[in-house]
Design a protein. Structure first.
Length: 169
């Protein structure tokens, strides 16, 4: 018998905003430490704002337990966009409950974003993460994303984000 949870990827429901906010902070804190504070903490907690500006997807198991979530940004005109590439879509704030990491929820959420980007006719799917987030970076690379140093940036003097890109077409 497999220990892999049965996963469903679907749009976030309004009654899940608080649970996803709390899960996101718990997932980010061990990797990002002090960065998960101040204005960025507010961003992580603002699930309703993300859902209003982009598409938030969640992974749930067969019992309906929330395992993780991700924000799919369909194009550069979204308020959630951190890029100015007219042929790209983006992924932001991928988070998986620490108790479920490494069991496929993150990859399933990313696969759903890749499918959406292709369906939207995008040529690229881009994302940013921290250099310290080696677990997520390894997953992105296994999924075909490649480092794109031209997309690196600092949203804050204390935070260096590294860019990744997946060519879709």
């Amino acid at each position: 018998m497999s220990d892999q949870p049965v996963l469903e990827i679907r749009p976030l429901r309004a009654d899940e905003h608080d649970a996803l906010a709390e899960l996101t902070v718990r997932a980010y804190a061990p990797v990002h430490g002090e960065v998960v504070d101040g204005p960025y903490l507010d961003d992580l907690l603002d699930v309703a704002g993300r859902a209003a500006a982009a598409e938030v997807l969640v992974a749930v198991d067969g019992d309906g337990t929330l395992l993780g979530g991700v924000t799919y940004v369909p194009d550069r005109t979204s308020a959630m966009a951190e890029f100015d590439d007219e042929d790209a879509a983006s992924v932001r704030m991928l988070a998986v409950d620490p108790g479920f990491q490494g069991r496929g929820a993150g990859a399933a959420l990313m696969a759903a974003c890749i499918d959406r980007a292709r369906a939207d006719g995008r040529n690229r799917l881009v994302l940013h993460t921290t250099a310290e987030n080696t677990f997520a970076r390894a997953m992105y690379e296994r999924m075909g994303f490649r480092r794109d140093p031209a997309r690196d940036w600092r949203p804050d003097p204390a935070v260096q984000l590294v860019g990744y890109e997946l060519v879709l077409r």
